[in-house]
Design a protein around this ligand. Structure first.
Ligand SMILES: *[C@@H]1O[C@H](CO)[C@@H](O)[C@H](O)[C@H]1NC(C)=O
Ligand SMILES: *[C@@H]1O[C@H](CO)[C@@H](O)[C@H](O)[C@H]1NC(C)=O
Ligand SMILES: *[C@@H]1O[C@H](CO)[C@@H](O)[C@H](O)[C@H]1NC(C)=O
Ligand SMILES: *[C@@H]1O[C@H](CO)[C@@H](O)[C@H](O)[C@H]1NC(C)=O
Length: 337
């Protein structure tokens, strides 16, 4: 009993102990892309992610949502999933028809490209937040807020007419609330449970130092490479002792081919000030055992060392060849004499 009581405290301390390691979030995001080339040619495709992992796709050519993970059904029964699939099929057909009607009503011009992003996130304590945004040609035009549709702040004026029509449709507004408030958090709770082992996968990063091209005379660009880690949140800084160096610049997080991530942190320093700097890496897989690499300066001259060794070898070879030639000639002179 006592250890059970201590467990949350221990978890809390671990969270406090490393405030910089970002907490993991698993937002569920669905993206819908709908293209209308003209009054008759249209297609709608969908994708869904839980956190970093893609879980579902839905092609215009298919009647059913495709599962990309064995756990993508979450904890829904076949019957619940069939009902949901039916709702989405009806939605796709009515969405296409409604947009075509809006285009006529508002005298808009084809082609039209719409992007919808909707989803939710389940937080500790079984609360959830959700979102539903619609963009036209990449710009937000409207969103669903609580119980009704609202135009986006910078949306074109014609959107107000569409919002008016959408808000008079009580049935659709109720369905959207049901999907966002109830269905989505239920699906996500099930996904988090069913996909637990894959979602909680931890892969430790490897880190190494190098020097980049000198940014300006008398300066060095220190580069700290961090690669092969999973999940994505990572903390990488150049430090002097305990002191974070404010000039640390981060590259984008780049994917490796094996579903792990790569990040680079660089620091521009005066050549004389590089000694004593270190690169520190925090990541959930390291369980508090941060990676710390000290800048020794040798990384900067690794290329030079290789070059010097090569030059030495070549000179040595030349010397030996020269010496043998000289000896040979010397001997032949002696022979003549
Ligand atoms: C509609 O667009 C499609 C795809 O661009 C095209 O193949 C088709 O001929 C167009 N139809 C009409 C009636 O313009
Ligand atoms: C997309 O699906 C709809 C409904 O099944 C169909 O009518 C339409 O022709 C499809 N579009 C394309 C480009 O295949
Ligand atoms: C959590 O919330 C969902 C709805 O969002 C509900 O169906 C479920 O019963 C709740 N679970 C608990 C343990 O309260
Ligand atoms: C859904 O949640 C919103 C808040 O996000 C709330 O305003 C609304 O009343 C809820 N609707 C239903 C049907 O639960």
């Amino acid at each position: 009993m006592r250890s059970l009581l201590l467990l949350p405290l221990w978890a809390l301390l671990r969270v406090w102990g490393s405030p910089e390691v970002p907490q993991r979030h698993f937002p569920f995001r669905c993206l819908q892309i709908s293209s209308f080339a003209n009054g008759s040619w249209t297609r709608t495709d969908g994708l869904a992610w839980l956190g970093e992992l893609q879980t579902h796709t839905w092609s215009n050519d298919s009647d059913t949502i495709r599962f990309l993970k064995p756990w993508a059904r979450g904890k829904f029964s076949d019957q619940q999933w069939d009902m949901l699939q039916h709702t989405f099929r009806v939605y796709r057909t009515s969405f296409t028809r409604d947009i075509q009607e809006f285009v006529k009503m508002l005298r808009l011009a084809y082609p039209i490209e719409l992007q919808l992003s909707a989803g939710c996130e389940v937080h500790p304590g079984n609360t959830s937040t959700n979102f539903f945004h619609i963009a036209h040609e990449g710009k937000d035009i409207l969103s669903f807020q609580g119980t009704s549709w609202e135009p986006a702040p910078e949306a074109p004026v014609w959107i107000n007419a569409a919002v008016g029509v959408l808000n008079r449709d009580q049935g659709t507004r109720e369905t959207v609330q049901w999907l966002l408030n109830d269905t989505c958090p239920q699906l996500v709770t099930g996904l988090l449970e069913a996909g637990k082992s894959e979602l909680e996968k931890q892969v430790k990063p490897e880190a190494w130092l190098s020097s980049g091209p000198s940014p300006r005379p008398g300066h060095l660009l220190l580069v700290c490479h961090v690669s092969g880690f999973y999940p994505k949140p990572v903390w990488v800084r150049w430090m002097r002792g305990e002191q974070e160096q404010p000039g640390t610049q981060h590259s984008d997080l780049l994917p490796n081919a094996d579903w792990t991530w790569y990040l680079r942190a660089t620091l521009d320093v005066a050549a004389g000030e590089a000694a004593g700097l270190s690169c520190q890496v925090k990541h959930s897989s390291l369980e508090g055992q941060d990676i710390i690499l000290h800048w020794g300066g040798s990384h900067a001259s690794l290329g030079l060392i290789i070059l010097a060794v090569l030059v030495c070898l070549v000179s040595l070879l030349a010397l030996i060849v020269g010496l043998r030639l000289w000896l040979k000639r010397h001997r032949s002179y002696q022979d003549i004499l």
